[in-house]
Design a protein around this ligand. Structure first.
Ligand SMILES: [Zn+2]
Ligand SMILES: [Zn+2]
Length: 424
């Protein structure tokens, strides 16, 4: 777990903002669920035989004897909330999104953070391929919105409870025949959850998994997959089919997909993963609820963006005033700053009593301010502040009263649209 400093926080916020904006465009509302849930929720949904539940959960027992865990992912919590609020009865169609911290005690070599941020969506209530296509398209739009449009979307289908058992059987026989070459983990999982063998990270296991049999879809799953792809094609959402894509979790049905950074090939560096999970609600004692969703790793997206983007932007305005004492120049600076802030600008003033104006101008440049407003000395006497563009060096003056006119002059200098006159 680590601290995130303002430079990086700015990137996190821009990713989260982009995500929220796409959620708005798709008509998804935010759901916030607790960071702590009953351990049993994850044992039942994520599954006992997964790394997550076996080794990676931070679990605790309360004084009252309840077994709780910090959420390692959020789909289980959102499904729990959906059922707990009876939405399957009152409003089964729900388009929900979330963004928050998840916790996994992963081994240090993996170089992953143990507290990390995921943003994701869950679309409940539609069994139709339109929902699958909507969810994949949503993910694509998020990457486009963030300027990462050249990611690779891999798409596949995991079949349904009708066509998966023969697939499972075929995999069991295939891997059993090669069991002496499998890693210890895979040997153990052969009986419990053979699908996990397909995404084992061990080199020797991967070679075997690469030649494993593929799923044979029944007619319904085949139609569903075709329709999903047709809709994605129509929306111009590009993807590659990857029949090796699987899920270790049994509740997934039909569509599954992952998104990788452009040029990346490792299975470890997926930015986003999701799919349809029609069987999850029943695992929690609910009725069948068709559902499809995804989760994306905000930390990894921030890493991907970090190369291409400059760090956090400086303030819009730095106000330079006389520093001798908290006199009239400082008071004027304070008034101007507040008025500009209320007009939506980010404004910084000198609070270190640095020398007027040179040292303060230096600080303004260091902070990366776009404009400097000088309101001291001659300017205070004349009532006209100097407005200096820090990029071009261009200067102008503006009367400091009335203050609304001054705010307009600064907005103009920043090339911002003028605010409409308020009605009152
Ligand atoms: Zn099927
Ligand atoms: Zn293995």
């Amino acid at each position: 777990m680590r601290d995130i400093r303002p430079e990086d926080t700015a990137l996190f916020q821009s990713v989260e903002k982009g995500f929220r904006e796409v959620a708005r465009r798709f008509g998804y509302g935010q759901i916030r669920t607790p960071h702590l849930e009953a351990t049993d929720l994850f044992v039942r949904t994520v599954g006992e035989t997964t790394d997550i539940v076996e080794k990676e959960m931070y679990s605790l027992e309360t004084k009252g004897g309840d077994r709780l865990s910090l959420r390692p992912e959020n789909t289980a919590g959102v499904v729990r909330a959906y059922l707990e609020h009876g939405l399957h009865r009152t409003a089964p169609l729900q388009r929900l999104f979330y963004c928050g911290e998840m916790f996994r005690h992963e081994s240090a070599q993996k170089k992953r953070f143990r507290e990390f941020t995921q943003a994701g969506i869950e679309c409940f209530g539609s069994p139709h391929p339109e929902a699958d296509a909507e969810v994949v398209a949503f993910a694509c739009e998020v990457f486009r919105e963030l300027g990462l449009g050249d990611v690779r979307v891999e798409l596949s289908t995991f079949g349904c409870p009708a066509c998966r058992p023969p697939f499972r059987q075929a995999l069991r026989e295939y891997f059993a025949a090669a069991s002496d070459r499998l890693c210890a983990e895979c040997k153990r999982r052969l009986e419990k959850n053979v699908f996990r063998l397909l995404d084992c990270k061990e080199e020797s296991c991967r070679a075997i998994a690469d030649a494993a049999p593929r799923i044979e879809l029944d007619d319904e799953c085949s139609c569903h997959f075709d329709a999903t792809k047709r809709m994605l094609d129509a929306m111009g959402c590009t993807y590659v089919e990857n029949p090796r894509l699987v899920r270790g979790l049994d509740y997934y049905t039909r569509t599954i997909f992952e998104v990788f950074p452009a040029g990346g090939s490792g299975r470890q560096d997926a930015l986003c993963g999701g799919g349809r999970y029609d069987a999850l609600s029943e695992l929690l004692g609910g009725p069948p609820v068709p559902a499809v969703g995804f989760a994306m790793g905000v930390d990894r997206i921030v890493m991907a963006l970090k190369g291409g983007q400059s760090s956090s932007a400086g303030p819009d305005v730095f106000i330079v005033t006389e520093a001798t004492d908290a006199g009239p120049s400082r008071s004027m600076g304070g008034q101007l700053a507040l008025a500009l802030r209320r007009a939506g600008l980010s404004v910084v003033t000198d609070i270190l009593r640095k020398k007027f104006p040179d040292k303060q101008l230096k600080d303004a440049a260091k902070a990366g301010a776009r404009l400097v407003v000088i309101a001291g000395g001659d300017e205070l006497t004349s009532g006209e502040a100097i407005i200096k563009d820090m990029n071009t060096g261009e200067q102008s003056t503006a009367a400091m009263a009335p203050i609304d006119t001054f705010v307009s002059a600064v907005r103009k200098a920043l090339a911002l649209p003028q605010e409409k006159e308020s009605a009152s």
